[in-house]
Design a protein around this ligand. Structure first.
Ligand SMILES: [Ca+2]
Length: 150
């Protein structure tokens, strides 16, 4: 069943020295374009109030994903092409979140410990602070303590 992703607006207040400071955060659009009834069937969005109808939030940057071509010494001086014709050392940046990951993570399977060791020792495109994302899918049983890079 498809679910509508609902974002909550985060507003924080700080009280410091008797002065209240409020701040807001511009959340990006969810990208949801469809609406669904309670059984998961797609319905017309008009008047539903669902995110697919409202489409609130700030627009995503364009392009959203950017490849940085890299060689053994870091980013290629000219980004129009890959200076070493080796995509395995290139990285991708999500311009919406600022997150970066390896363009090609490799193939095969291994243990979680091996994946952690690989991330801790990885020096890619001039970055040596790689980490594995939290594996929230572990709670759903989909990871089975295996690392399956794609
Ligand atoms: Ca490269």
């Amino acid at each position: 069943m498809k679910r509508v992703l609902v974002f909550a607006v985060l507003v924080s207040f700080m009280v410091s020295g008797g002065v209240s400071i409020a701040s807001t955060l511009d959340l990006p659009r969810t990208g949801q374009r469809e609406c669904f009834d309670t059984s998961g069937t797609e319905i017309e969005c008009a008047g539903t109030g669902q995110d697919g109808a409202i489409r609130a939030g700030v627009a995503w940057p364009d392009p959203r994903f950017v490849i940085t071509h890299c060689g053994a010494d870091g980013p290629c001086k000219k980004q129009e092409s890959d200076c070493d014709n080796d995509p395995s050392n290139d990285v991708v940046t999500d311009t919406l979140t600022g997150l970066m990951w390896a363009r090609y993570a490799g193939a095969g399977t291994g243990t979680w410990a091996a994946a952690l060791s690989h991330a801790n020792n990885l020096n890619l495109c001039g970055h040596a602070d790689w980490r594995l994302p939290d594996c929230c899918c572990r709670h759903r049983g989909c990871c089975r303590h295996e690392w399956r890079p794609t």
